[in-house]
Design a binder for this molecule. Structure first.
Ligand code: ZN
Length: 504
């Protein structure tokens, strides 16, 4: 080949490759973003710690969202509280135009989760009070610090783009995201990052968790004296029990992946009164929403059959639902690259000893803290559910777990309340915020990644498109947990930290 032609071909090749390589966020930009996180270490940890002591249940995240609102308003963000009909729905936004990236997370605690930090036995701070038994408090610092670092970087390098942080209320009750999706918040969004605490940096592709549908079945009968004139009654408890039997027979025909669980929340008053009202609360789950919906439809028919058999009527009320989280491969590869580049925190011997001590106390393997991110592809679909799943069926989304807790501890258990304000959590928050900011900068500066993500998402959702489980008249249950919070808040407020974190 003549030298001229070779040069020409090389030039053409370079031009063709340029969009794939030249537009990733530069090392300079990431170094700058990470320095913004570093200089705000104290504020990040203060915010996360403050939320731990607020310990607020779903829909009652008032102190938590107020503190974060003040921090983000002072940082130059526009904050909306109360959207989609929920007073604690938090949306902080900065920037203009495309790309538009959203960090999706939650800050609610759990009932009965009060725990004294860094104590390796069950020791509530306030007896019976709620508390953080997953570490959702850490989400506040990581998400807002990453968004702030992105803002500072876009400003410094004169880059276009919009960044937002969303706290969906009541994640632990699958309480809010379908309403936020219905309200149209994700219409113009290009990509969503699902942020959650874990014991390592972990991402993945494909279905990450299960679809879930939560429904209440109330049977209405007619009361009568159970000895004198039982024939005048219509027994609502019989209806509930016949429904239970019907579902038990259905189990043989269910796929191994199906999960059906229930609680009888009202079983009548006392034996000599024919019950006129009973209620059974069902959760149906499966690998996909289509499969969960098939089982749900059968259970609805069983309920109607039970009512028919007993001459009662049944009210079927939607409680909550969540699609499985669909994590996008194109996005997850970028996330993993940034996990590997930022790396795990430099744990001290004291922290490793602390972790092993907790593991020993809990009788789990004493592996200490992980020192390398989870290798790509190791994540499998779990049978738990999260209402944020709905979002990934209206916009490409990716899971993002950061290392801020101890391997082997069980969430939704006091054990997970031991560590969320420890130095392990604090260090995890910092690396979590850095890799998150770097990932978002890559999304914003590499249009090819977002285009590939969109193409992949269209392909995957083509045959299994989103439908909302919300009945048209459904409204968020904004009063859930209100009574519990008012009962415990006075005692809990003695532990508030009274910090005012400010980013700079
Ligand atoms: Zn969670």
């Amino acid at each position: 080949m003549v030298p001229f032609l070779r040069t020409l071909l090389a030039a053409l090749l370079l031009t063709a490759l340029a969009p794939l390589t030249a537009r990733a966020a530069s090392d300079d930009q990431k170094t700058f973003a990470n320095s913004v996180v570093d200089r705000n270490t104290q504020a990040i940890n203060d915010m996360a710690d403050s939320l731990y002591f607020f310990g607020e249940l779903g829909m009652q995240e008032f102190e938590s969202t107020k503190l974060v609102r003040d921090t983000m308003t002072a940082a130059g963000f526009t904050v909306e509280l109360g959207g989609a009909g929920m007073p604690t729905n938090f949306w902080a936004k900065w920037g203009s135009g495309k790309p538009y990236i959203v960090i999706e997370t939650e800050v609610d605690a759990l009932p009965g989760g009060s725990q004294t930090p860094d104590v390796f036995t069950h020791k509530p701070l306030v007896d019976g009070a709620p508390g953080h038994m997953e570490g959702h408090n850490t989400h506040s610092g990581v998400s807002t610090a990453a968004a702030f670092a992105v803002k500072q970087t876009l400003e410094k390098y004169h880059l276009p783009g919009t960044i937002a942080v969303h706290f969906g209320p009541a994640e632990e009750s699958l309480g809010s995201r379908p309403f936020v999706v219905r309200a149209g918040y994700f219409k113009d969004v290009d990509a969503v990052i699902y942020l959650h605490i874990g014991d390592n940096f972990t991402t993945g592709a494909g279905l990450q968790d299960y679809a879930a549908i939560s429904t209440r079945f109330a049977f209405h009968g007619k009361t009568a004296h159970a000895a004198i004139d039982p024939w005048d009654g219509k027994n609502a408890l019989d209806a509930a029990e016949l429904m239970d039997s019907g579902v038990a027979f259905l189990r043989e025909q269910l796929l191994p992946s199906a999960r059906v669980h229930r609680a009888i929340t009202n079983g009548g008053l006392q034996p000599n009164i024919i019950p006129e009202l009973t209620e059974v609360w069902y959760f149906v789950r499966d690998r996909t929403m289509q499969l969960a919906k098939q089982t749900q439809d059968k259970i609805v028919n069983i309920a109607k059959g039970a009512a028919l058999m007993t001459g009662t009527t049944v009210d079927i009320t939607y409680d909550a639902s969540g699609w499985p989280q669909l994590s996008n491969k194109a996005l997850s590869l970028v996330v993993q690259k940034n996990f590997d580049a930022v790396g795990m925190p430099a744990w001290t011997d004291t922290e490793q000893t602390y972790a092993k001590g907790l593991q020993k106390a809990l009788n789990v393997k004493e592996v200490g803290l992980y020192t390398k991110p989870t290798p790509y592809g190791d994540r499998v679909q779990v049978a738990a559910s999260n209402d944020s799943g709905d979002i990934s069926w209206v916009v490409p989304a990716v899971t993002y777990t950061f290392p801020a807790s101890v391997p082997g501890i069980q969430y939704h258990n006091w054990q997970a309340g031991v560590t969320p304000v420890s130095s392990i959590a604090h260090k995890g928050e910092i690396v979590g915020a850095k890799a998150l900011a770097d990932t978002i900068l890559d999304f914003m500066t590499e249009p090819d990644v977002l285009a590939a993500a969109r193409t992949e998402w269209l392909q995957v959702t083509k045959d299994a498109g989103y439908f909302s489980l919300l009945p048209p008249d459904a409204q968020p249950q904004v009063d859930m947990n209100k009574a519990t919070m008012s009962k415990y808040r006075p005692a809990m407020s003695k532990y508030y930290l009274h910090k005012t974190p400010r980013y700079q």
